[in-house]
Design a protein around this ligand. Sequence first.
Ligand code: DOR
Ligand code: ZN
Length: 429
Amino acid sequence: MAFLLKSAHVVDPVAGIDGIVDVKIENDRIAEVGENLSADGAEVIDLSGKVLVPGLVDMHVHLREPGYEHKGTIESETRAAAKGGMTGVCSMPNTDPVTDNGVTVEYVKSVAEREGHCRVFPAGAMTRGLKGEIISEMGDMVAHGAVAFTDDGHGVQGAGMLRRAMDYGKMFDKVFMSHCQDDDLVGEGQVNEGVVSTRLGLLGWPAEGEEIQIARDIAIARLTGAKLHIQHISTARGLDLVRAAKEEGLPVTCEATPHHMFLTEDAIGETYDTALKVNPPLRTAEDAAAIIEGVVDGSVDAIVTDHAPHAAWEKAREFELAPFGMTGIEASLALVNTNLVKTGKIGYARMVELMSIAPRRILGLDPVSIAAGSVADITVFDPEVTWTVGAEGYESKADNCGFAGTEVCGRATDVFVGGKRTLCDGVVC
Ligand code: DOR
Ligand code: ZN
């Protein structure tokens, strides 16, 4: 199959392109990039007015399969990913059974191969059953294609446990991704500890509960030499700790979500909207501004969603009983375009770095570029179209999106994964 993608505004800082050029795809690769390319039998797609970038990768996604298919499946959540413009996702291991061995990694990969709408790069658990007690079967998981280790959803409580996991696992040269949460301090915390938790009468989840583990995990990365990636960073002081680690030259990176940048604890208001119950919680306006500042100055490496589908009945319960997590993969490109690019905080080149290049680099995946010879993983979006999140429903099985009702600007129109079209004029195909 061959496609000639005509007249898009191509942005790829790695290839050094920021202008209107044609891109020709032949089979799974980019065959040619240049002006006025001839079709020679390829299907011509006019992309005037659209932006074309190296395929986006969301490195923090909960696909829920195996075990929680009532929340989402590999089919439904990769469908949502394609709709959001993603060419790949890193799947989290808090499945049932937990993805803590090679067989389960193999299962996720094979279902994704058969039913998926984008590439799936499974992360394996750091500890068996996410219990923080025994190291998982890391070598077995890597042999079956795991790209990273994480106990996401939980902080590893013991510093010695984390040290043993890193000391042993670093031989596989994979990144350790930390969900930072000190259970003893956080307890049953529901929302950020402060004015809002007090006013709503909900138990507080203090910033320090996250920051203590960020500081500790950086210390253990220093001790072991393992690569550390801080997941869904949500506090200003936490980000300062990452900045200091980077200045020291440690192999430390971090990610931020749209909800920790563009929503605050104040959004919970008087509604007790359980879609806004996330872990770590929405923080203060000062924290959100600091995370955005980190995206601008380079301290934040990647933008991810922590896309966390839950069944409607689970989220319909009282705030304390509802599970943590919101969906977001169908809106993240639009939210970044609206809140960061259209406001002039970052340009498209930085957006590509945050949503395509850095996630691949951190996960050790093959790089993708808009250049002849590269694998044809490509995202195309209309940067001007406005739409309302959730107004037409979702591709995801779940609808617990904290941005529902928000007017946004920009939407993926076409996606190619290995030269195959997975999104066709806004429709998953
Ligand atoms: O809000 C969250 N939901 N944070 C996590 O770390 C886990 C996730 C989930 O699995 O639902
Ligand atoms: Zn997490």
